[in-house]
Design a protein. Structure first.
Length: 325
């Protein structure tokens, strides 16, 4: 009985504890991480070519996404300057124009109302058209008074502005309402299409990155076939053998993500001055915005994830075919 107890104690004493197993697991992961990234620099030319392809594949959708986001910011600032032109009926008195102005101000969503009387409209038309002498021959003023409505921010979007325009049309003094935000709706539709196109391109190029990394890992597996067979002979599991390849693929993706971030930043830097000049011609202070810290981290994480996935698919496919003879 005592001998049995001593035997059990010896068995338990020889078995590593949970803390020891976790420490060994962390140590192995750290060693494989270092080995995976070190392997990238053993073949600098081949690694540089693969990383360049991955970086370009990641940089293209990232650049397009940044441009679409900047275009959305520009359209958002234009929405804030949306205007609704309300043409009143011909021949209204000053009192009726004032009533229409008060009724427009009382509507929800109206931030400001600027009145252009028929006399002011005619004088401005004479100045800008160059037909002043011909207009002097007219017996009466053919231009109506106009209310220029500035919606508040909540009603500057095309849909809300259209609803506000419908309310303005119901005023008895109003003849016609012209929405100056209709073109914004078309612009938003175009930007939505571009955003969907960038998503499709990003998915296709992400698949290309997975295939590139997978093919690279496949070649590396074939080059280390004998080493893998020996590892299996001494009892190494597929999970143990797979681990360094996964870090190897993630290293490719992460390095490609860094290159993609550099390419995107360089492209934005080259476009910044022309865009600033064009915006200045329109009296705007708009400047291109980059992807920011969150966008850069997302690009790096996405590259690493695609590289890891490509490596996992390659190892899962080819590791089963390698068995010690």
């Amino acid at each position: 009985m005592a001998r049995s107890t001593d035997t059990n104690r010896g068995a338990h004493a020889g078995r590593p504890s949970l803390g020891q197993r976790l420490a060994a697991w962390r140590l192995h992961h750290r060693e494989m991480l270092v080995a995976g990234f070190t392997r990238l620099y053993r073949r600098p030319v081949a690694t540089a070519m693969t990383v360049a392809v991955i970086g370009i594949a990641l940089a293209l959708p990232a650049s397009l996404l940044v441009l679409v986001q900047n275009a959305r910011q520009v359209s958002g600032s234009w929405e804030g300057a949306a205007r609704i032109s309300v043409f009143l009926k011909q021949g209204l008195s000053d009192r009726e124009v004032q009533q229409a102005t008060s009724s427009a101000r009382a509507l929800g969503g109206v931030a400001d109302v600027h009145v252009i009387t028929s006399t002011q409209a005619l004088a401005e038309f004479k100045t800008r058209s160059g037909f002043g002498n011909a207009l002097n021959l007219l017996g009466e003023n053919p231009l109506p008074a106009v209310l220029v409505i500035t919606p508040d921010p909540a009603h500057s979007e095309p849909l809300a502005a259209s609803q506000l325009g419908q309310a303005l049309r119901k005023l008895p003094q109003v003849a016609q309402v012209k929405l100056d935000v209709q073109w914004l709706r078309r612009l938003q539709a175009i930007l939505n299409i571009l955003g969907r196109g960038v998503l499709i391109i990003g998915c296709l190029l992400g698949l290309a990155v997975i295939l590139i990394v997978g093919n690279t890992i496949r070649l590396d597996i074939e080059g280390r076939r004998t080493e893998i067979e020996v590892s299996k002979l001494i009892g190494a599991t597929d999970r143990f053998i797979r681990r360094p390849f996964l870090y190897y693929g993630a290293g490719y993706g992460l390095t490609g993500g860094v290159l993609a971030w550099l390419l995107v930043s360089l492209s934005l830097g080259l476009l910044a001055a022309p865009v600033r000049h064009l915006a200045g011609l329109y009296g705007s202070e708009f400047a291109l915005n980059g992807e920011g810290l969150s966008g850069a981290l997302l690009l790096l994480a996405g590259g690493a994830l695609l590289g890891w996935l490509g490596a996992w698919l390659a190892v899962a496919r080819h590791l089963r075919d390698i068995e010690p003879s």
